[in-house]
Design a protein around this ligand. Structure first.
Ligand SMILES: O=C(CO)[C@@H](O)[C@H](O)COP(=O)(O)O
Ligand SMILES: [Fe+2]
Length: 227
């Protein structure tokens, strides 16, 4: 059985009690902390930087942290986030002048690297870099805000990305981000995703464990068999 990963997006957490709320989502069954970095330039919102990530590590968060960079330019922030304790660093290829160099930079700093695709960004950016990827993240909303609705066309794109990953033979995670809920996670997994970001679905509910357990229940029905 393929291992699915659930990544609570702390964009929807209580920022005034971030350490505690993050720990609560992990204790409720979250596998990975999804950490959205927005710069009010590449996207129209402003969120968290490396100091916040370090504060979470200092607070005692030991789970993998998945840094989703929605920033332009990209490179200068990579050493900072690696030093602060990032596990994965993903970026939007159109925000980097030199995609291959940025991927190498992430790896040189000891992190796992990935590319993020907006709903209207074609997967062509994958063409010459599959060997350098640990993760491919498909946005199922336009980046910048939590709480938006899942764009259904993402399902076809996930199937396409899944095919490319399987054909490549590389061990690459396929992550989906935006509008993931209990009632669509099964369909998203069946289309090929194996890592699921969920912000408002988890933090917007009074019982995080109940949501995560129900999401896992939906994933179990898919049983790791894609397509
Ligand atoms: O990167 C982003 C938004 O740009 C996401 O990670 C959101 O944080 C997802 O939130 P929900 O759609 O699950 O509420
Ligand atoms: Fe994100």
């Amino acid at each position: 059985m393929k291992q699915f990963l659930l990544a609570p997006s702390i964009l929807a957490a209580d920022f005034a009690r971030l350490g505690e709320d993050t720990a609560k989502a992990l204790a409720a069954g979250g596998d990975v902390v999804h950490f959205d970095v927005m710069d009010n330039h590449y996207v129209p919102n402003l969120t968290m930087g490396p100091m916040v990530l370090k504060a979470l590590r200092d607070y005692g968060i030991t789970a993998p942290i998945d840094v989703h960079l929605m920033v332009k330019p990209v490179d200068a922030l990579i050493p900072e986030f690696a030093k602060a304790g990032a596990t994965f660093i993903t970026f939007h290829p159109e925000a980097s002048e030199h995609v291959d160099r940025t991927l190498q930079l992430i790896k040189e700093h000891g992190c796992k690297a990935g590319l993020v695709f907006n709903p209207a960004t074609p997967l062509d950016y994958l063409d010459y870099v599959m060997d350098k990827l640990d993760i491919i993240l498909l946005m199922s909303v336009n980046p910048g805000f939590g709480g938006q609705s899942f764009i259904p066309g993402t399902l076809d794109k996930l199937r396409q990305a899944r095919r490319l990953i399987d054909e490549s033979g590389y061990n690459i995670r396929l992550e989906v981000d935006g509008g993931v809920k209990i009632d669509n996670i099964g369909q998203i997994a069946a289309a090929g995703a194996d890592m699921f970001v969920a912000g408002s679905a988890i933090f917007g509910h009074p019982d995080y464990k109940k949501v995560i357990d129900e999401m896992r229940g939906e994933l179990e029905k898919v049983n790791g068999s894609f397509h």
